[in-house]
Design a protein around this ligand. Sequence first.
Ligand code: 13P
Length: 339
Amino acid sequence: MTQSLAEIARAMVAPGKGILAADESSGTIKKRFDGIKVENTEANRRDYREMLFRSTDAMKTAISGVILYDETIRQKAKDGTPLTKIIQDTGALAGIKVDAGTKPLPFCPGEVVTEGLDGLRDRIKEYVGLGAKFAKWRAVIDIGKNIPSYNCINANAQALARYAALCVEGGLVPIVEPEVLMDGDHDIDTCEAVTERVLKETYSQLYYAKVPLEQTILKPNMVVPGKKCAKQASRQEVAERTVKILKRCVPTAVPGIAFLSGGQSDEDATAHLSFMNAMGPLPWALSFSYGRALQAAALKAWGGKTDNVAAAQRAFTHRARMNGAAALGKWSEQLEKAA
Ligand code: 13P
């Protein structure tokens, strides 16, 4: 049975489920491993991710899909089983990060543009052959003095649009990820205004590139104050402002929105999502595509030791279940503590 791209997109945001972002580049996973004093070797990367993907309870109940890195989509578990097969056997879909990271944008100090369009059509073909059903491309917008510039927002939105068009043409659901960073001391009003501008431009460019929105998923930041802003916001305020901006910018043809966690605490990321869903009905499914907020507790519990695999899987399962509940608007602090 082959699923259409629209069906795959809807499955990615199925009720109570969301996406595990495990697509850290070898450089980013090194930072995570440094934090737990684990050497960044291919075997350790495999063991760590195998541990997550073999958390069968979490995968079956709360995870619709996993975003992989190029190395991981080709990797085999210790016993020789392809990691993609372990994922597929839980009923989850395999996805692939296809961008090549960011580079400085000329004449725009402090700003970056995401690269990776050259040869993308051929790479998509290869990834489809390797079992991928969806893809991800992350654009990065930083807030600072006099930034972001329109040039940065426009260049990144154009790249996202061409990536998304190539994905649909080649048979992958594109996750469109324009991330406004929460680094810095800007206030929540600034994040709100920048997020609105970025999303408006992104959907204009997707329209010009003729991308069928029914076959896409949006992966945005939430509207939050900068991490160093003196005035932090309540969870309810973050939820209300984020939904307000999404309603202004995201067409209802988009089947689902799966947030990034962006450096929020595990529990904040869960609570914000749950509060938003509790404000429903909403015109799209609202779910998660978390990296750090799904993995941090498991990474710490694992610490690179085989003896800790069961404990790490319990930690991952707990977080995945909490986020699954949040995707239904049913998370609560009592639920968090009871588990
Ligand atoms: P975080 O949830 O850690 O922000 O990662 C999500 C992601 O995939 C960033 O591209």
